[in-house]
Design a protein. Structure first.
Length: 609
């Protein structure tokens, strides 16, 4: 059913998602997975101890049933036959009833304790993941797909829940049951026990075969799931482009192929389970038949009581039930082990832009920005080549140049979304790598072309960078930037829900809200990265008028392909091929015969005709 429609980059993502071969049990108990699991369980030693004690007593209660059956047959029934006494049988039945109730209570207690513990662990884990994802550098998010982020927070966390919530009962109870039943069989009749246990090596061989095949099928399933998730997220994330280019049919083809691979992998997994489960069951029933045959001869010969044979039969039957449970637990373990490995890998990722251990304090930020011999490379490709630049506090500069020249990279270094490969970026004479994140983010704010808005009201989005702002301050910021008019015209004014990604607003309106958000944050350095690109001409002129007032006493760096935005700048930088090739007031550069800025400006003027 599988084909060849999946793009190569999705296969690469699938390989990373599957994390190669799932960890073995030994691998599960060491390395970063073990460190993560230990850190999650260490604060919860008490409920773990309680759960361990409960499962021991629950197993003892479970194993007590066949012994009571033996006593009822060997003592209770003979007492009735001999002198009609019901007392011994009634007492045994009463104890049996108490054992059943105790077992049910203990199982409830175990599931309750482990369920609460599992939820506490997941609460802690989700919080760690969310906090950590937010703090990781942009370089991490550039290479880590949204589908993989969703997988970390959903299917991987769910796998750990299944392990802690129900899987531990299977493995702990099953392991103790196998051990306890083996001992009881040897105590009841060691000769028949050896016959019954003779089949166990064959069960181990079948289990080993199942495990080796299950690892391969599990890996295929994880890869197929990853491909489905990535294609689904990419298709819906780019739904506008999909519909605009009539891509639906092709995407459905690809999805059907990827979903077919997942179907094939799941069918192979089901076939394995269909072989292993009935195989263990058949061995168990053959063992029961053999025990019944041999035990009957021993009962007739007086070497074994009838009650012992009945208890023996019950124990043999129960012996194979946890064996099957443990085989299912192996699949659960595979999923949880792989999930722990991936989650621990993410949590051990260190931000490429790390906060300093001993940050330097700035009592008052003036806004002077300096780049000293700055070089920067994305992987091996250098995009900035030894840039030296001084921007005095309060000055507005415009950065222009062709696409790919390095303009956005330059301002992202100032905002410290990346660190330079060589050289320094300084704010008021202090290397930005020595400033705390709080200090830097209060001082430097960047407004990008995307103008991302979050679900919630218009007021919430404007106050995003300053949640403590009053409604009056929010409205004043919108009024100054020129957004008040369209906000007031909305159904609920400032309380209007902008919907997902600000879908209720036009591109220009989203841009104005982003400007109001930045101005309310009141930074000393404001970076506009092509931030007027989504505005129509009237809106752009309105914003430019507001900018002239609001940027008067703060440092501003403006990147724009629309050279009309340059009119408010004190100074223009022309960037080409990762270097500053021109620097000066816009009027002087315009009047220079050989000015690159003049050429760019004339090209912009020509584009308007």
């Amino acid at each position: 059913m599988s084909g060849t429609l999946a793009p190569e980059h999705w296969r690469g993502v699938a390989a990373e998602e599957a994390d190669e071969r799932p960890p073995s049990i030994r691998g599960f108990l060491r390395g970063r997975s073990r460190r993560l699991l230990s850190s999650l369980l260490r604060p919860r030693r008490r409920p773990l101890t309680v759960a361990a004690a409960v499962i021991v007593f629950e197993t003892l209660a479970r194993l007590g049933g066949p012994v009571l059956v033996k006593m009822g047959i060997d003592r209770g029934i003979p007492a009735i036959r001999q002198d009609g006494r019901l007392g011994p049988l009634v007492a045994i039945v009463a104890v049996f009833g108490v054992v059943v109730i105790v077992r049910a209570v203990l199982e409830y207690a175990f599931l309750s304790v482990m369920g609460r513990l599992a939820q506490d662990v997941l609460f802690d884990l989700r919080k760690r993941l969310f906090d950590h994802f937010q703090r990781l550098s942009l370089s991490f998010h550039d290479r880590y797909t949204s589908g993989r982020v969703i997988s970390r927070l959903t299917s991987d966390v769910e796998a750990i829940w299944e392990l802690l919530g129900s899987g531990m009962l299977e493995v702990a109870g099953g392991g103790l049951s196998i051990f306890g039943i083996t001992l009881l069989l040897l105590v009841l009749d060691w000769q028949v026990a050896l016959v019954a246990l003779a089949v166990f090596p064959f069960v181990l061989l079948l289990t080993r075969w199942f495990r080796s095949r299950a690892e391969e099928v599990y890996r295929e399933t994880r890869e197929a799931v990853a491909l489905v998730i990535v294609h689904f997220v990419e298709s819906l994330g780019g739904i506008r482009a999909v519909q605009a280019f009539r891509r639906e049919a092709r995407n459905e083809e690809i999805f059907q192929d990827l979903d077919g691979r997942l179907l094939d992998a799941n069918l192979r997994s089901n076939r394995l389970a269909a072989i292993y489960g009935p195989g263990v069951t058949a061995m168990g029933r053959a063992t029961l038949a053999l025990v019944l045959l041999i035990g009957s001869y021993r009962v007739v010969g007086g070497q074994m009581t009838l009650g012992t044979l009945a208890a023996f039969m019950l124990y043999v039957r129960r012996f194979f039930e946890p064996v099957q449970d443990l085989s299912q637990f192996y699949n659960l373990f595979q999923s949880a082990a792989a999930a722990l490995e991936k989650l621990s890998g993410v949590l051990e990722e260190r931000p490429a832009v790390a906060e300093p251990d001993r940050p330097v304090g700035l009592s008052e930020v003036r806004g002077e920005v300096r780049l000293d011999g700055v070089r920067f490379a994305y992987r091996s490709e250098e995009v900035l080549h030894g840039v030296d630049l001084l921007i005095p506090a309060g000055q507005t500069i415009a950065v222009v140049g062709p696409t790919g020249a390095g303009k956005s990279t330059l301002v992202r270094l100032v905002a410290r979304f990346y660190d330079p490969t060589e050289g320094r970026v300084l704010l008021d004479g202090v290397d930005v790598r020595q400033l705390s994140d709080d200090t830097l983010r209060r001082a430097v704010v960047m407004v990008t072309q995307e103008s991302f808005l979050f679900s919630g009201s218009v007021a919430d989005n404007i106050a995003f960078g300053r949640p403590t702002a009053t409604r009056a301050e929010v409205e004043e910021a919108a009024r100054v930037i020129g957004a008040d008019a369209f906000i007031a015209a909305m159904p609920d004014g400032y309380d209007t829900d902008v919907r997902k990604r600000g879908g209720r607003l036009s591109a220009g309106q989203r841009q104005l809200v982003a400007f109001a958000r930045a101005f309310l944050a009141d930074p000393r350095v404001l970076i506009l990265d092509e931030a007027t690109s989504s505005l129509d001409i009237p809106s752009e002129r309105l914003v430019q008028r507001a900018l002239r007032t609001l940027l008067a006493e703060r440092t501003a760096i403006i990147i724009a392909h629309r050279l009309s935005t340059v009119e408010i700048a004190d100074r223009v930088l022309v960037v080409e091929a990762g270097e500053v090739v021109e620097d000066g007031p816009p009027s002087e550069l315009m009047n220079s015969a050989s000015s690159r800025y003049g050429v760019l400006h004339q090209a912009w003027v020509d584009s308007l005709r």
